[in-house]
Design a protein around this ligand. Structure first.
Ligand SMILES: [Zn+2]
Length: 118
């Protein structure tokens, strides 16, 4: 069983989505949107997303997104620790207790010499 899961949309899907959005914008707004990036490469450049695209870790249960670096470097009392999901699904207002998701976001891998593996 693995707790590791990454939020990773295939690039071909992202590319198709960007092209579709461009067509849609031009259809609605005409030439105003000719400048909209028509490829994933251009979109990354325009939006400055170059290195941020794959730097997310998702909770395997509720799919809340976390910064991958934050999960990898999570510490408790100075020790590297597996971070747990803090997502609160439906706060139960009557009991006044917030139930967190608490799903481990990574697994401790001995192969990586104590480093946290996502
Ligand atoms: Zn969760």
């Amino acid at each position: 069983m693995s707790f590791c899961k990454r939020f990773n949309i295939p690039e071909t899907a992202t590319e198709a989505l960007i092209q579709f959005i461009k067509l849609l914008l031009i259809e609605i707004g005409g030439s105003n949107f000719e400048e909209f990036p028509g490829s994933l490469y251009l979109a990354r450049n325009v939006l400055g997303l170059k290195d941020q695209y794959h730097n997310f870790a998702a909770c395997p249960k509720c799919h809340k997104l976390y910064n991958k670096k934050e999960v990898e470097e999570f510490q408790q009392n100075g020790n590297l620790t597996v971070m747990k999901c803090s997502h609160v699904k439906f706060p139960n207002l009557t009991s006044r207790r917030l139930k967190q998701c608490q799903t481990p976001l990574a697994e401790r891998s001995t192969l990586l010499y104590g480093r946290i593996k996502i």
